[in-house]
Design a protein around this ligand. Structure first.
Ligand code: NAP
Length: 491
C-alpha cells in the first residue's frame, strides 16, 4: 500500500492506495514497447518540443508541486524550488543537445575500391535508441532524480520510452508529476507509451519491472543494497540488459597540509555545512575526511567539530531513511577504535537527526571494512594519516566513489601528483576546490565512478553524456540513399 506521509510530523495524509499489480506493470511495459519504434524515429525538433513542453508544464504547476514535495520530503521551499529549476534546466538542456544533432550523430566511411583490408564497402555508423527504459526514482531528489529527472530526460532525448517507478517516499508528488508528463505526451501527439508510470512500496514492483521482457535497459538511482539486488536480476534475465545503477558513495575529502595551514578554520566551516546540507541526504555528501596528524590537523578537526555541534539538520526524508541513519551511527559508535567528537547524545530535539563526527586512525580505518560504507545522513569520520602513503591506502581501501575532493593540491609536488593519480583511479569526479555536494549539469560532467559508486563506470547519470547510455551503435553497410538521407534518424 502507498501512503503520503508528512515528512516533518510523520502524520499520514489522506487515504492509502494499492501499488501497481503485475497486470498493470505488464500493461505499462507493453505500451512502452508499442511506442518504441515510432518514438525512436522522431526528429530532433519533435523530441526537443516534448522536453521543452515538459519543462514548461513543470513550471506552470510549480506552486502545487513544490508544496506537495515539501510536505512529503521536508526539504524546504528554497531547496525544492531550486531543484525544480534544475530539473527544467536539465530538460531544456537535453532539448538543445538533441537539436544540435547529438542523438543522431554518425560517422561515414566512404567505400574504397580494391581488395581488403584497404578496400571496403561504405560504412555509416549511427546510433539507435535501445528501447523501453525502466527508471527508478530516488527518494532524496523528488524532482531532479525522480519522475522527470535526469534519467527520464536523457532517455526521452535519446528516443527511448520510459516506464518510471515512482519512489514511495513521495508518492503523491510522483503521481502528480506522472499525470503532468502523460498530459504533455498526449498534447505533443505522441503515443501514451512514451511515458508510463508504475508505483510500489514493496520490492516486487521493481523486480517485476526489471524482469519485464520488453524492458531494454534500467536506470536506477538509490542505495547500494537495492541497486545490487536489481543489477543481479537484470543480469540473470534470459536476455540480460544494461543496468545503469548510480549508488551510494562515501566521497572522501582530503585536506592537505597547504590547505590546513592557509585556511583551515574557513574550510572547516564550509565542510560542516556540506555535511549537514539536506540533512546529509546527498549521494555526494562527504563521509570520510582525511586529515594529517599534527597540530594543524588537530586544529582543523577541532574547528570542524565545533562548527558541526551547532548545526541542526532538518527532518529526514522518511522514517525508514531515519532508522537506517540511526543504525549506521550506532554501528560506528559501537566500534571501539573510533573516538566520537560530535555525538547525537550531545542534545537537540529528539525528533530531529543530530550530526555525528568521529575520529579514527588510518590503521584502524583501513583494517575495518565496515567503516568504509556510506552512512546516509549528516555523519562523517575524520581519518588521521601519518603520511601520503597512508592517505593513498585510505583512498584505495574505500575504492570506487562518486567523488574525491583534494583541498591543497594547487601547487605541484610529488605528494599532490600521487594523490591526484589515485583519486582519478577511484572516483568519477575529482574536485580541487569547493564541496562535492552540488553536481552541475553540463557536457563535461561525470556523475558515476568505479564500482560500488556505479554499476557502469563508463557512463554518467548527470550531464549531457547521460544520453549515451540509451543509444546503441549500428554500422550500416552500403546503406541505400533513402537511409543516408535520414541523416542518422532511425528508420
Ligand atoms: P533505495 O531505498 O534504494 O530506493 C531506490 C528505489 O529502488 C526505490 O524505488 C526502491 O523501491 C527500489 N528498491 C530498493 N531496493 C530494492 C530491491 N531490493 N528490489 C527492488 N527494488 C528496490 O534508495 P533511496 O532511499 O531512494 O536513496 C538513498 C540512497 O540513494 C543513498 O544511498 C544515496 O547515496 C543514493 N543516491 C545515489 C545517487 C547517485 O546519483 N549515485 C543519487 C541519489 C541518491 P521500494 O522503496 O519500493 O523498495
Amino acid at each position: 500500500m502507498l501512503q503520503s506521509i508528512d515528512a516533518r510530523s510523520g502524520t499520514p495524509i489522506g487515504e492509502h492506495w494499492p501499488e501497481s499489480n503485475l497486470a498493470q506493470i505488464a500493461e505499462a511495459v507493453d505500451a512502452a514497447e508499442a511506442a518504441a519504434g515510432d518514438f525512436a524515429s522522431t526528429s530532433a525538433p519533435q523530441r526537443a518540443a516534448l522536453l521543452r513542453a515538459l519543462a514548461a508544464e513543470l513550471e506552470a504547476d510549480r506552486e502545487a508541486l513544490v508544496a506537495l514535495a515539501d510536505r512529503e520530503t521536508g526539504l524546504g521551499l528554497p531547496r525544492l524550488n531550486g531543484e525544480l529549476d534544475r530539473t527544467t534546466f536539465q530538460l531544456r538542456g537535453f532539448a538543445g543537445v538533441v537539436e544540435r544533432g547529438v542523438a543522431h550523430e554518425r560517422i561515414d566511411d566512404a567505400a574504397v575500391a580494391g581488395p581488403p583490408p584497404a578496400g571496403r564497402p561504405r560504412l555509416t555508423r549511427v546510433r539507435v535508441p535501445v528501447g523501453p527504459v525502466a527508471m527508478f526514482s530516488a527518494s532524496n531528489f523528488p524532482f531532479a532524480f525522480s519522475v522527470l529527472g535526469g534519467d527520464t530526460a536523457s532517455a526521452l532525448a535519446a528516443g527511448c520510452p520510459v516506464v518510471v517507478k515512482g519512489h514511495p517516499a513521495h508518492p503523491e508528488l510522483s503521481r502528480r508529476t506522472a499525470a503532468l508528463a502523460s498530459r504533455v505526451v498526449a498534447q505533443q501527439g505522441l503515443p501514451p507509451g512514451v511515458f508510463q508510470f508504475v508505483e510500489g512500496a514493496s520490492i516486487e514492483v521493481g523486480v517485476a519491472l526489471t524482469k519485464a521482457p520488453a524492458v531494454a535497459a534500467v536506470a536506477f538511482t538509490g542505495s547500494y543494497k537495492g541497486g545490487i539486488a536489481l543489477a543481479k536480476i537484470a543480469a540473470q534475465r534470459p536476455r540480460p540488459i544494461p543496468f545503469y545503477g548510480e549508488l551510494g558513495s562515501v566521497n572522501p575529502l582530503l585536506v592537505l597540509p597547504p590547505a590546513l595551514e592557509s585556511k583551515g578554520a574557513e574550510l572547516a566551516a564550509t565542510l560542516a555545512s556540506s555535511i549537514c546540507l539536506g540533512a546529509g541526504q546527498f549521494c555526494t555528501s562527504p563521509g570520510v575526511i582525511v586529515v594529517a596528524e599534527g597540530s594543524a590537523g588537530d586544529a582543523f578537526t577541532a574547528a570542524l567539530a565545533t562548527a558541526l555541534k551547532d548545526m541542526q539538520p532538518h527532518a529526514m526524508l522518511s522514517p525508514g531513511i531515519r532508522a537506517t541513519f540511526d543504525r549506521g551511527v550506532a554501528q560506528w559508535r559501537a566500534t571501539p577504535q573510533i573516538k566520537p567528537l560530535v555525538d547525537a547524545r550531545d542534545g537537540g530535539p529528539a525528533t530531529l537527526p543530530r550530526p555525528f563526527l568521529a575520529e579514527v586512525t588510518a590503521e584502524d580505518f583501513i583494517a575495518n571494512s565496515a567503516l568504509h560504507e556510506e552512512v546516509f545522513g549528516s555523519a562523517a569520520l575524520v581519518v588521521r594519516v601519518a603520511s601520503t602513503d597512508q592517505a593513498v591506502q585510505v583512498l584505495k581501501c574505500i575504492g570506487g566513489s562518486l567523488t574525491v575532493t583534494l583541498w591543497g593540491a594547487e601547487v605541484q609536488s610529488d605528494e599532490a601528483h600521487r594523490l591526484v593519480r589515485v583519486a582519478t583511479q577511484v572516483a568519477g569526479r575529482v574536485l580541487f576546490s569547493g564541496v562535492p555536494t552540488g553536481v552541475a549539469v553540463t557536457a563535461a560532467q561525470h556523475h558515476g565512478g568505479p564500482f560500488p559508486a556505479s554499476t557502469q563506470p563508463f557512463t554518467t547519470s548527470v550531464g549531457y553524456a547521460a544520453l549515451d547510455r540509451f543509444l546503441r551503435p549500428v554500422a550500416l553497410q552500403d546503406a541505400p540513399q533513402w537511409m543516408v538521407d535520414r541523416q542518422g534518424v532511425p528508420a
